[in-house]
Design a binder for this molecule. Structure first.
Ligand SMILES: C[S@@+](CC[C@H](N)C(=O)[O-])C[C@H]1O[C@@H](n2cnc3c(N)ncnc32)[C@H](O)[C@@H]1O
Length: 396
């Protein structure tokens, strides 16, 4: 779409008329149809950040619903091609699209993002990419799934769950769901074993694991429904185990993504363990950059209690100031410091080093006072709870 010389210019948002190829420039008139096509091929769908993976009973993706919402054109980001197993994670927030490495990317490997819901079955992905973007996806994952021949009769139990076409799956008893999933898994494993060499083209262990994950990945929505069902039934450990399993599978396609975060959030809902919370936060930091705002926008709203906990770890905006003033007597310098945060003497932190006195307390703004008079050894302090003050006496 554009050459290297133009990249510099596109490191920040640009208006459409500055788009390469003269999009919208008065000099190079383009037809409405052509303009529409440019937007169709390059715009990002700004759908809600956490879209549910769901199919209607006729097996259609609900992506078309989201498509009607809003579009954004990001000239630099739109240079990246699509893969159904991309190596970049993507999130749209406000006016920004964040693309970050989703795993270790060796030099020379093409950077790829995803254009469609990569949780969809291969036929639906292929159709959507062809209809909307005019190409036939030939990524390793599509090649693998097409070779699996999922249209064949033996694949029906797998296919049924893959498309989530079983009506009201979530209202079934967990034992029934467990049976459906076991059947689906059995047939995927059988097909994989029979066609493994043919499908993988290689025989190494790493590919074997990736391909097993790809074969089972389509069952993730069913796993998740069962996990949710088990949680409702009070079978927390089994539910958590299933969330973990589905997380491993999700990772096999996009190691770090908002889909992955969603799975983590569900795990948190099930376990609510601090260790998981920390893991989740560090995951967010590596997926989307430091800070918790992205995570809160993506999933935090679903967990008021945990969101609050996360908020508690961020800097407090309303810290109390520490005030001070000097007084002089015949024999001493008196430094009186006071603050609403001075609740108990033992909570006040006072450090005298070189020519600085440093005050702090929980919920207080750390305050430094320059002072050339300090001899820590000869210093005395007196706390007044009534006045919330600490007086430091420094002999002259
Ligand atoms: C947003 S543009 C991507 C950048 C484009 N390749 C370029 O050089 O300007 C989308 C178009 O790139 C092409 N494309 C993207 N991913 C592709 C893929 N995996 N295989 C073939 N063509 C792809 C298709 O023509 C698609 O309509």
């Amino acid at each position: 779409m554009c050459d290297d010389s133009e990249l510099e210019e596109f490191s920040k948002p640009v208006p459409l008329h500055s788009w390469p190829g003269g999009f919208g420039r008065p000099r190079s008139k383009i037809s409405l149809a052509k303009m529409r096509r440019k937007v169709d091929l390059n715009a990002y769908r700004c759908s809600p950040p956490v879209s549910e993976y769901a199919f209607t009973d006729d097996g259609q993706s609900n992506a078309s619903k989201a498509r009607s919402e809003a579009y954004g054109v990001f000239p630099l980001a739109s240079l990246f091609n699509h893969s159904c197993a991309p190596n970049m994670s993507k999130v749209l927030l406000g006016k920004w699209v964040f693309l970050r490495a989703a795993r270790e990317i060796p030099p020379g490997e093409e950077l790829t993002q995803f254009y469609c819901d990569i949780r969809m079955p291969v036929e639906m992905r292929q159709k959507e990419l062809s209809d909307l973007f005019g190409f036939s996806c030939n990524c390793p994952r599509c090649r693998f799934e097409l070779l699996l021949d999922t249209e064949s009769e033996e694949f029906q139990p797998w296919k049924r769950l893959y498309s989530c076409a079983v009506p009201l799956l979530q209202q079934r008893f967990s034992s029934e769901l467990e049976g459906l999933i076991a059947d689906a898994e059995r047939c995927a494993r059988r097909a994989l074993a029979e066609r493994f060499i043919e499908v993988t083209e290689t025989n190494d262990k790493e590919h074997e694991e990736i391909h097993e994950s790809w074969a089972l990945w389509p069952l993730v929505p069913a796993f998740q429904q069962l996990a949710a069902r088990l949680r409702l039934d009070g079978r927390f450990e089994e539910s958590l185990a299933l969330w973990r399993r589905s997380e491993r599978l999700v990772k096999s396609v996009v190691p770090l993504s908002n889909i992955h975060l969603r799975v983590h959030s569900e795990m948190l809902l099930t376990s609510e363990a601090d260790a998981d919370l920390r893991e989740n936060l560090s995951l967010v930091a590596s997926a989307f950059g430091p800070g918790i705002e992205v995570w809160q926008k993506l999933v935090g709203f679903r967990m008021p209690r945990l969101s609050k906990k996360v908020m508690d770890t961020s800097p407090k905006p309303d810290l109390c100031p520490i005030h001070y003033e000097w007084e002089e007597t015949e024999q001493n310098w008196l430094l009186v410091a006071w603050s609403a945060a001075f609740q108990h003497a033992q909570d006040i932190f006072l450090d005298a080093s070189a020519d600085v006195l440093l005050f702090n307390a929980p919920n207080a703004v750390e305050t430094k006072v320059s002072c050339s008079k300090v001899h820590a050894a000869s210093m005395e302090t007196k706390f007044s709870r009534r006045r919330r003050s600490l007086t430091v006496r420094i002999p002259k």
